[in-house]
Design a protein around this ligand. Structure first.
Ligand SMILES: [Zn+2]
Ligand SMILES: [Zn+2]
Length: 140
């Protein structure tokens, strides 16, 4: 095989892997980490490596096609829904929920400071399941 053909084939594979990762993220609401994505996609894509997943996730979030969520545990989770929303992250089990409460921020211009382009706001706490296990008041 000619080198150019080999490169073309490789590029095609990379594009395919990248769009498979993006499609998967857009279809789930579980905010998976890289390893979970790897476990889900690997059976269908035998050439996929965890390194490729990490690289693609980095590129996709640099392109603003996905959101990266940094959890307290220091592991990045990813979201295919890039609409402006927040996350509730359970500090016990790590589950991540979408929070669609509107920001109390109508004006994105901060006079004398600049214009806000991106807001990241995460809420940390115990989810209902973990709260129950710890006998918390769970009437929320
Ligand atoms: Zn929990
Ligand atoms: Zn989300």
């Amino acid at each position: 095989m000619k080198i150019l053909d080999k490169v073309k084939k490789q590029n095609k594979r990379l594009t395919k892997q990248r769009s498979a990762i993006l499609r998967y993220l857009q279809n789930v609401t579980c905010h998976p980490d890289a390893e979970k994505i790897y476990k889900k996609l690997r059976p269908k894509m035998p050439h996929l490596s965890l390194g490729t997943i990490y690289r693609n996730l980095r590129d996709l979030s640099a392109d603003s096609q996905i959101l990266e969520i940094n959890t307290a545990a220091g592991v990045s989770h990813f979201d295919g829904n890039i609409t402006e929303h927040s996350h509730f992250i359970c500090r016990c089990c790590g589950v991540i929920y979408d929070v669609w409460k509107k920001y109390p921020l109508e004006n994105k211009n901060l006079p004398g400071i600049g214009r806000i382009e991106k807001i990241e706001c995460n809420f940390y706490g115990a989810c209902v399941k973990c709260g129950k296990a710890q006998n918390y008041e769970t009437n929320y």
